[in-house]
Design a binder for this molecule. Structure first.
Ligand code: FAD
Ligand code: DLZ
Ligand code: SF4
Length: 549
């Protein structure tokens, strides 16, 4: 049970200058669309004003996928309308208003709102109130500049939609030689009581991951896709995005026809119920599986995954409520324990863990490049045209839906960036741009740490590098590919194979003594010299013409 009490939530107040009671302006960000938000609990609907704004700085600090912007703007507009219906005064600036008024950033919006309020109303603005924001970039500006810029106290409250706070994570991490998600996850299970019986995990095991490695052989049908009715707001936002963000990546079709993202709390709840009924029962088992869309249509793009991350990350759903729904389904006998546990682990384990890493190590974390990788991001990451069937499928899903599931991100497009030595900051910017769920706090540790191993192993004791064999085992991709997954040296050999060995040779010094990797070095060393040379030569050819592969 996570206790909520706003009196203990205040993190910082810059520029304390109370004296008169006035109006407080509560800024609600695009990823804070929750009824339970601390800002809403602190403020008084009868007196204070909520400010929300679509602004160029947030919409363009990377070239966000069109659907990410559409989802966020539409969800923000629906949320603002809900607040108004509930009796709040809301000052909402849509994108065109912001641009026409010359606002670039959120602080520009606040400055203008303060001026307007102070010149037209009796009650002057006395304070700005916010909930801790997700990204370091913005939180740093708030902590260090906003109070001076606005001439007002700026109070920041804890974001207690998360299970743990950055301070709790820092305490847990302090003095540990290695940070392992598994141990942090156990703390979170104890803290939430999810799937616990007194102090013990239900089923006598914390983690059932070893049961979760199956390839999908069509044993059960893929779940039916869910579609959402599009509101006038969705339609207006779609038009805006097509006109104002035409240079951003991605297609809008699946958003416009309602087959991608929910934009209201009610629709997000529908998505949660759909997941629990149709996807969760098989979630764990097929979590690492991939399958081509040609034979199975759109359902192949999502398989049994929840598709809930965009909603959890922008606030339409809360992490605890989705976990409680999964636990409830287990207690009702609707899903097996390993399915519920596997899902809950992703949320209270991985999601909380990566956030802890982010706040503990920022801002230095963003600049790490432990493997000294400096290749520019290959153009194929933007145009998606390649003969590598696995990559083609992942790019198609990404650009069509602003989505790819975890194994597509980690073991296909991520693995390729790792093996080819792409600069971590460039690949991070790509992941931050192209997914509907992408926010720096969660994308950065996943990409820089988990995929690129650029943090020296903070997030994983070994890099997630793999040859085509892994992809062949977990998917049907290789059966539809022009490349031969059983060869590493032939001219039509799978690029992942030779690149894998090339990667290991390039980083022999770092990884040869790693007990989880030394076997691979021994395998390579056992090959005859001719074969080794042919593999390395094939990898070098691949590296020279990445965009032609
Ligand atoms: P499911 O497979 O259904 O998982 C359930 C939930 O668990 C997700 O909704 C998510 O909230 C959580 N979760 C699962 N894995 C992770 C993880 N590794 N870190 C954090 N939360 C996790 N996730 C994001 O939310 N935003 C990102 O920007 C993001 N960037 C990523 C970049 C890379 C390179 C990789 C390898 C992973 C990234 N992830 C990110 C984690 C994960 O891939 C997505 O959370 C997941 O694919 C979202 O789809 P889903 O909701 O269907 O997830
Ligand atoms: C992602 C995003 C986008 C595209 N646009 C806005 C916006 O116009 N206004 C806003 O308040 N938030 C937006 N967001 C989400 C913010 O980038 C996010 O709140 C911050 O990065 C903090 O996590
Ligand atoms: Fe991908 Fe290689 Fe398989 Fe082709 S053969 S799908 S490139 S892993």
């Amino acid at each position: 049970m996570v206790l909520r009490c706003f009196c203990s939530l205040l993190i910082s107040t810059a520029f304390i200058n109370y004296g008169e009671t006035g109006v407080r302006l509560g800024l609600i960000l695009g990823d804070q669309l929750s009824d339970s938000l601390a800002t809403l609990r602190v403020l008084d609907a009868g007196n204070d004003v909520i400010v929300m704004a679509e602004v160029p700085e947030e919409a363009t600090y990377v070239r966000h996928h069109k659907q990410k912007i559409a989802l966020l703007f539409s969800a923000m507009r629906h949320f603002a309308a809900r607040l108004q219906d509930a009796g709040w005064q809301v000052r909402y600036y849509d994108y065109r208003q912001s641009v026409s008024l010359g606002f670039r950033s959120l602080v520009d919006v606040l400055a203008a709102t303060v001026k307007e309020q102070n010149s037209t109303r009796q009650n002057k603005v006395s304070e700005i109130v916010l909930t801790r924001c997700g990204e370091y970039r913005l939180q740093h500006a708030i902590d260090h500049h906003w109070s001076d810029q606005l001439g007002l106290p700026v109070s920041v409250y804890e974001d207690d939609r998360f299970i743990s706070t950055p301070e709790e994570f820092a305490q847990w991490a302090e003095g540990r030689k290695q940070l392992r998600m598994e141990y942090f996850y156990r703390e979170m299970r104890r803290k939430t009581g999810l799937l616990m019986e007194a102090e013990q995990p239900l089923g006598g095991q914390w983690n059932f991951d070893h049961d979760n490695r199956a390839a999908y052989k069509r044993e059960v049908p893929l779940p039916p896709p869910l579609t959402f009715t599009r509101s006038n707001t969705d339609q207006a936002v779609s038009q805006l995005v097509e006109q104002e963000f035409s240079g951003h990546p991605g297609a809008m079709d699946s958003f416009i026809n309602g087959s991608s993202w929910a934009t209201t709390r009610q629709q997000a709840l529908q998505a949660l119920i759909h997941f629990i009924e149709h996807r969760l029962p098989h979630f764990g088992r097929y979590q690492d599986a991939m399958i081509s869309s040609a034979a199975l249509g759109n359902a192949a793009d999502t398989m049994f995954h929840s598709l809930l991350s965009p909603y959890i990350n922008c606030g339409l759903l809360e992490p605890m409520e989705v976990c409680e729904a999964a636990a409830h389904a287990f207690h009702q006998g609707q899903v097996p324990l390993e399915a519920a546990e596997g899902f809950i682990r992703q949320i209270i384990g991985w999601r909380e863990f990566v956030r802890g890493i982010y706040w503990n190590y920022m801002p230095q974390y963003a600049g790490l490049n432990g493997l000294q990788n400096n290749r520019s991001l290959p153009a194929v990451y933007w145009h998606g045209k390649t003969n590598m069937h696995c990559m083609k499928e992942c790019f198609r899903n990404t650009f069509a839906n602003a989505y790819a599931h975890h194994i597509q991100r980690l073991m296909v497009t991520g693995n390729f960036a790792l093996l080819t030595g792409v600069n971590p900051q460039e690949i991070c910017d790509w992941y931050l741009a192209v997914y509907a769920d992408a926010y720096d706090w969660v994308e950065l540790p996943n990409t820089l740490g988990m995929v690129m191993h650029a943090d020296g192993g903070l997030l994983g004791s070994k890099p997630y590098c793999a040859s085509g064999k892994y992809i062949a085992r977990q998917s049907d991709y290789c059966r539809h590919c022009v490349y031969d997954v059983n060869s590493a040296e032939k001219t039509n050999s799978c690029p992942f194979n030779s690149l894998y060995w090339h990667f290991l040779q390039r980083h022999r010094q770092q990884f040869e003594k790693n007990p989880r990797m030394s076997m691979m070095y021994r395998s390579f060393d056992r090959m005859n010299e001719e074969k080794k040379a042919a593999i390395i030569s094939r990898a070098e050819t691949c590296l020279k013409k990445i965009d032609d592969l």
